[in-house]
Design a protein around this ligand. Structure first.
Ligand code: SF4
Length: 242
């Protein structure tokens, strides 16, 4: 796959300070609202973006994927964010028939048996619902940061998302460190998932996410039984990078 996007894709971004998340979001709202979507798992990064967006306007679409396996703490965090910033959260669920067939044929923990099975579960519970959530959108916003893992190290603020119909994918915090995200969260008193207080550094499905141990990298608690090169759910495959 080429990593060079059409130059006219980047033209509307000329002159925008891509190192300033607020500037990126303001420009994205100007260009794409109401066909702009923030996808959130209620990580600290996603909550920062929701906070910044709410300062620009409160009716930007905010979507989250209810996989059916989320921890209770994530729903509590979502509710705190909803109340704090007046968000309308669109929850997207997997197709019931797909989940019923998966569980019937392979049981409730098939994702532990192979990378292929894990990706099948992520596809049913995350990738396909996200595709529905993004239907009709021109751009979506993620809280990805490059330092999170080897699979994210070559991310850019603006990319073309071929996996989701060639819409733009914006990651305004791509160059932020984990410490920066926490400093910002504390400074602005943004609600955060209380799993972080228990040693979690990444927020995901309950059976596939654990607290990390001293010295482990930030994504070590996700699918910890897998090789690091495999640790994506299919929501963030390699895109055209601008
Ligand atoms: S993170 Fe785990 S439970 Fe959640 S969709 Fe992926 S494999 Fe399934």
């Amino acid at each position: 796959m080429s990593t060079t996007a059409p130059t006219d894709t980047m033209a509307p971004w000329k002159g925008v300070d891509l190192d300033d998340p607020g500037a990126v979001l303001r420009h994205a709202v100007d260009l794409y609202h109401p066909r702009l979507v923030l996808a959130t798992s209620f990580s600290i990064e996603d909550n920062i973006l929701a906070y910044l967006l709410a300062k620009i306007r409160t009716d930007v679409r905010v979507v989250s994927l209810d996989t059916g396996r989320l921890p209770e703490e994530t729903y509590e965090c979502a509710e705190r964010m909803r109340q704090a910033y007046g968000l309308t959260i669109e929850w997207y669920h997997p197709e019931a028939a797909d989940v019923e067939a998966l569980i019937r044929e392979k049981g409730a923990f098939s994702f532990r048996e192979s990378v292929e099975n894990r990706k099948e579960c992520c596809r049913i519970r995350k990738v396909l619902p996200l595709r529905r959530a993004l239907a009709g959108a021109e751009a979506w916003i993620t809280g990805l940061r490059a330092e999170q893992s080897v699979t994210r190290s070559s991310l850019h603020v603006v990319e073309v998302d071929e996996a989701n119909g060639g819409i733009l994918k914006l990651s305004p915090l791509v160059n932020w460190t984990y410490e920066q995200a926490w400093d910002y969260t504390r400074k602005h008193r943004i609600p955060y998932n209380r799993l972080y207080d228990l040693g979690y550094t990444s927020i995901g499905c309950a059976p596939c996410t654990r607290a990390i141990r001293p010295g482990e990298d930030q994504r070590a608690g996700r699918w910890w039984w897998e090789n690091p090169e495999h640790k994506e759910c299919g929501l963030h495959p390699v895109n055209y990078q601008i």
